[in-house]
Structure formats: structure tokens, C-alpha cells
Write a protein that binds this ligand. Sequence first.
Ligand code: GAR
Length: 198
Amino acid sequence: MIKHIAILVSGNGSNMRAIINATKRGILKKIAKVILVISSNPTAYAIKYAECENISTICVRNSELKNENFLNCMILRELQNIKVDIICLAGYTRIISRNLIDTYHNRILNIHPSLLPKFGGKGMYGIRVHKAVIESRETKSGATVHFVDEGYDTGSIIMQQEVKVLKTDTPNDLANRVLNVEHEIYPKAIKKIIENLK
Ligand code: GAR
């Protein structure tokens, strides 16, 4: 049976678009469907994109963002109103509560733009990760899809792919190269998890 995905975003939502595309015409076709996108950012382009794809969307209000507990309860309530099999965090910057993690045990996935456990942890997100990689003179970086647990980027790893770090790379150059890899591995990792759910 086709599995239902909910995606949580805060930013551009390019990973969200990669997942939606994969369900429409890629490796997740006839396997999974994105049924809900929740954004913690009212101006997120992701919401407009999801609406154009006829996917239900929820934009979290500013007042709901002030309290993590309240926010997580609201998300849990929305998810439980529909049948969701997998939750994908795609550039989502808010905390996921214990309650949500327990309810969807090993069914909440996140993508991180480094080869975890390297360059993960509190405060390590987006371009900060790539700056740290370059400052540490790493010769390789990459992307990781992992399960979400109560720590920061500590859940078990589902899939990783490396990219080379070039001597001439700026953090933006590296971010773009890693992002292309993210778009490839996120749908693959979702497929792997769905196959295990059967
Ligand atoms: C992605 O690079 C994702 O790996 C990163 O935020 C970006 C979101 O881009 N996530 C983290 O750093 C989480 N720690 P997107 O909105 O275009 O998918």
C-alpha cells in the first residue's frame, strides 16, 4: 500500500521538492505520496510550491512558534488527524519533542549536509556546516540521512554519500555540491525505509 509522507520545512524546501518529484515521477512513484507539508516559516517558498502540487499545507503562526511544546503538540495533533507513515525533516530548524519521536519511532528522518557524526550537533546547520568543513581543511564532505532521536544529529544513519571538497571551494560552492547529493539520497533513503516497513 502507498505510504504517506509528511514533510516539515523551514527554508527553501529544495529537498522537499526533490521528495515530491520522486513520488510523482521518480523512484518513489506508486510507493509513496506526500500528503502534508508543514512550514515553520510563513514566507517559505516551499509552501507555495506544495500548494501548486495540490498538497495540503500548514503554515505555523508566529504565536505558535514561541513555545516549542505548544508547537510540537500542534504538529502531533495535525499528523494524527491524517494517516502518516513517514515524517521527513527537510531543512526544518525547530526542535522535535520526545512525544513526537516516541509516537513515530524510527519513522522521522532528517537530512544533514555533512558526513555525520562529523560537523553535526547544536548550532550546526546550513552554511555553518560548510564553513566549518572548509576551515577544518577536510578533503571530503557529503550528506547524511538519519533517523531523528532526542539528540542533535545523533540518530542512526540510514544513508550517506560523499562529495570532494576542492581547495578553491567557498562555503557556497560546497553547499551547492552537497545539496545536489542531498536531492539524490533523500528519496533513496525514504525508499529503503519504506521497504523495511512492509
Ligand atoms: C539542506 O542543506 C539541509 O541539509 C540543511 O538545510 C538545508 C535545507 O535546504 N539541514 C540542516 O543543516 C539540518 N541540520 P532546503 O530547504 O533547500 O531543503
